[in-house]
Write a protein that binds this ligand. Structure first.
Ligand SMILES: C[S@@+](CC[C@H](N)C(=O)[O-])C[C@H]1O[C@@H](n2cnc3c(N)ncnc32)[C@H](O)[C@@H]1O
Length: 622
């Protein structure tokens, strides 16, 4: 190994340098985003702004302006922030004014949490998904070195995303604050340091054996330049301070004082002092009250008052604020309330779902879109994971290895020489969908046909995405040809090496929903949910199953797109449960159409596990 020349004081960890002494580069990937849902926007507005449609989802083109008036839409992105931030660089390098991150730093407490179920809101202990757990395992899998590598990679990209006026806030605690400060000094330079804030959360104190009770988090603040946005913040005066004032003949509170700069005496009036300047110790913001209205059942949720202070100090209305570990979306909710533009990202299905509900609950919240890297992330994974080892072309080889890999995870054996059938598990034939296209009706039809020809009586189709609303139709048609058909979802965890290696991957049968569309009046439509079926309930943990009284208890949220055009789901009507409001209406409001015609109504259900199920209905509106 070459000698590494250290020329400045810096934090060094195993893996920071290559063997030849050069600094390891941060992986930067640029993938296109898919817009999977648009919220709070009318179809007409969007059609006017849209240029082209590229199939099942819209691809984010980034053509909107930088203000709400110029069409800006806030963004909630589901995915690993390393790929997400890398992909944002093309459009947002040097554009984000404030970034707050609260990366995971605990090693156990965040794995699971309680969630209310059904109308009664009975609490159930909820395991975090393998992928969320994996984020923590990965982070700490190799001890401090892997944590530091994870943070270093991300902080370097964050620096490139910040605008010249930009500020970064990193929320951490005593376990990692010393490490993160070392990385930040490296990434921003020591001159980039702005503050080390101690957020002291008061509350119950236990006697600790041999140390002082640890009662604060550290928030490290760094900026790109001296031009960073800064607005002085005030809090109410302390009572000891107010007690020093006397009342004059007009009833005003005043105090005689020595002028510290000009010398001599001066009189200070309390009503002329804006308040107590907030310094670097924040001891006036309590943590989220477990019983409070702000609570969103997210274990690491931070209080809104904390973000109010940060956002007001380091940004102005209209500025762009981002949180790439957004959890339950507290930063985004406060940014929304304060009129900032925002981008949020989390890799957890549940975090994204909670955030979406939280933002919907804010009065007059502006339109936002939900994005992911969808098939592009999967293509990327397929290419980096399955390489050319056997002299075949990369594509053919990658495809072969991909199929073998999924079959193995599903416990099936590969089959050669078939058109549509890739493997066999027990009695069942197995067909696997491609990473970059939805499984189509025609594709399933062809696989059923092949089974029928071979006199095989069971077919399992595994897919990442599905052509809309085909479950019952397909199962019926297959049954007529003597084939029992099961459709199973390939979970995102498949792409996580450790989860796959540990056998942590489960394939769930697709759920399906039944709904009735009526037209109560001329030019209207209304949707009534009639059933929601998760076929193999034995796969659901017993403690959840025992709390389910009726099919609707599985549903946490449902929404309707009244005029679906085979692209992005445009949420036109929505209902969901919150901690306070447990009941869920099963009939939508009436929707009024402008004109008669054929419309496709798309109904989306998100279940208590955070999975979505959609079903399309074609209607003639008169
Ligand atoms: C400490 S929590 C954030 C809590 C948040 N501040 C709030 O008030 O709810 C950390 C979050 O980071 C997410 N996370 C961890 N690793 C991630 C990654 N690589 N990409 C995106 N999100 C990640 C976790 O899913 C978790 O929701």
């Amino acid at each position: 190994m070459a000698k590494i020349e250290i020329t400045k004081t810096e934090l060094v960890w195993p893996g920071k340098y290559n063997d030849d002494g050069t600094l390891k580069e941060v992986p930067r990937v640029n993938l296109p985003f898919q817009v999977i849902e648009t919220v709070n926007e009318s179809r007409a507005t969007r059609e006017a702004q849209k240029t082209t449609s590229l199939g099942l989802f819209d691809v984010y083109e980034g053509k909107e302006g930088d203000t709400f008036d110029a069409g800006w839409k806030n963004k909630l992105i589901w995915g690993d922030n390393l790929l997400v931030m890398g992909s944002l660089l093309e459009k947002f390098a040097g554009k984000i004014d404030l970034i707050y991150i609260d990366p995971p730093f605990a090693t156990g407490a965040d794995f699971s949490f309680t969630a209310p179920i059904g109308d009664s809101g009975d609490e159930v202990f909820k395991e975090q998904s393998v992928i969320e757990e994996k984020a923590y395992r990965d982070t700490w899998g190799n001890g401090t070195a892997s944590y530091v590598t994870m943070m270093n990679d991300r902080l370097r990209i964050i620096r490139d995303l910040l605008s010249n006026r930009g500020t970064l806030y990193v929320h951490c605690d005593w376990r990692v604050s010393h490490l993160i400060r070392g990385i930040l000094d490296d990434v921003f330079g020591v001159s980039g340091f702005v503050n080390e804030v101690a957020w002291h959360y008061f509350g119950f104190k236990r006697k600790t054996a041999k140390n002082f009770p640890r009662k604060h988090d550290t928030i490290l603040v760094y900026a790109i330049s001296d031009d960073h946005t800064w607005n002085v913040q005030y809090k109410p005066h302390r009572t000891e301070y107010v007690a020093r004032f006397k009342t004059d003949k007009d009833g005003r509170l005043y105090r005689d004082d020595v002028n510290p700069t000009a010398g001599g005496a001066r009189t200070i009036y309390l009503d002329e002092v804006p308040g107590d300047i907030v310094d670097s110790v924040w001891d006036d913001i309590p943590p989220v009250n477990p019983m409070g209205s702000e609570r969103w059942d997210y274990p690491t949720q931070k209080p809104e008052a904390l973000f109010e202070r940060i956002i007001k100090a380091s940004s102005n209305p209209g500025d762009l604020v981002a949180d790439f570990f957004c959890g339950s979306g507290t930063t985004l909710a406060v940014a929304e309330k304060l009129g900032r533009r925002w981008i949020g990202c989390d890799l957890g299905r549940w975090g994204i779902h909670v955030t979406r509900k939280r933002l919907l609950g804010i009065k007059n919240s502006k339109p936002f879109e939900v994005l992911n890297l969808g098939k592009y992330e999967r293509q990327y994974w397929q290419n980096v994971t399955f390489s050319d080892k056997h002299g075949k072309s990369v594509n053919e080889q990658a495809l072969y290895e991909y199929l073998a890999f999924i079959l193995k995870l599903y416990g099936a054996q590969p089959l050669a020489g078939m058109e549509q059938l890739h493997g066999k598990r027990g009695k069942a034939m197995v067909h696997i969908g491609a990473v970059d296209a939805p499984v189509t009706i025609a594709e399933i039809d062809a696989a059923v046909e092949e089974c029928a020809k071979l006199k095989q009586s069971e077919l399992h189709v595994l897919g990442w995405e599905w052509e809309m609303g085909l479950y019952d139709l397909m199962a019926e048609a297959a049954k007529k040809r003597g084939v029992k058909l099961l459709l199973l979802q390939i979970p995102r965890e498949v792409m996580e090496q450790q989860a796959a290696a540990k056998g942590d991957v489960r394939f769930f049968e697709l759920a399906y929903l039944e709904a009735e569309i009526t037209q109560p009046k001329k030019l209207t439509a209304q949707v009534a949910l009639k059933d929601f079926v998760i076929p193999n309930t034995e796969l659901i943990p017993e403690e959840v199953r025992s709390k389910i009284k009726k099919w609707s208890d599985f549903i946490d949220y449902w929404a309707v797109d009244w005029d679906f055009r085979n692209d992005t789901f445009m949420q036109g009507w929505v209902a969901y449960r919150t901690r306070k409001e447990r009941s869920l209406p099963l009939i939508s409001d009436q929707h009024e159409y402008d004109k008669q015609g054929s419309y496709r109504i798309l109904v989306k259900v998100i279940d208590i596990f955070g999975n979505d199920t959609t079903q399309a209905f074609d209607v003639e509106v008169r």
